[in-house]
Design a protein around this ligand. Structure first.
Ligand code: URA
Length: 211
């Protein structure tokens, strides 16, 4: 697995505001959106392109365009939904699928409760969006799921990751180079309730309120 931690003062600044418990949902949503767009720039570094000839007002030249099959962006519901706009802003032609996964708070295992994805993902580059990589259970389940349907490579985009979750991911995907993890920061640890410390709390609740 390849790990990329964004190292940028704007990312650090926006993350600090997100972590602040005084930051209310409207600002939180806006900042997540901005942060994901910054992360999307890094996450799409390996997106596949093909040569594309065009005419400028002066001459003909060969540039590039996104290659088929189109990338697939998959927010993991609920909290991943807050990352969708920020990602598709840079990849407007991507297809979007949805995966509803949540962890069982007793067993901490990932449970799939909704799936709106094409059955055949052959050759696709899949971008999984999940703000918090905590125990890693959800992300590992989602990665297995899309590879089982033929995905060619997977880039997971997270805001925060715990070292424990990164280790679980490493153990699950080994040295596959077709899995990339892009995060804004790696935090200290998980607490006894599997929350990331220092973290930002429950990302879904902070985005959408407690339901
Ligand atoms: N999910 C969250 O929303 N926050 C955490 O800290 C861990 C998992």
């Amino acid at each position: 697995m390849r790990l990329h931690v964004a190292d940028h003062p704007l990312v650090a600044h926006k993350l600090t505001v997100l972590r602040n418990k005084e930051t209310a949902s409207p600002t939180f949503r806006l900042l997540v959106d901005e942060l994901v767009t910054l992360l999307a720039y890094e996450a799409t570094r390996d997106v596949r392109v093909e040569p594309h000839e065009i005419e400028t007002p002066v001459t003909t030249t060969v540039g590039v365009r996104l290659a088929e099959p189109r990338p697939l962006v998959v927010p993991i519901l609920r909290a991943g939904l807050g990352m969708l706009e920020g990602m598709t802003r840079l990849l407007p032609t991507a297809e979007v699928g949805f995966l509803g996964m949540q962890r069982d708070e007793e067993t901490l295992e990932a449970v799939t409760y909704a799936n709106r994805l094409p059955d055949d993902l052959t050759g696709r580059h899949v971008f999984l969006l999940d703000p918090m990589l905590a125990t890693g259970g959800t992300l590992v389940a989602a990665i297995d799921y899309v590879f089982a349907r033929g995905a060619r490579d997977v880039t997971a985009v997270c805001l925060l990751a715990a070292p424990e979750g990164i280790q679980v991911l490493e153990n699950a995907v080994g040295d596959r180079v077709d899995v990339q993890l892009v995060v804004a920061a790696v935090d200290e640890r998980l607490n006894e309730k599997a929350y990331i410390v220092p973290g930002l709390g429950d990302a879904g609740d902070r985005l959408y309120g407690v339901v």
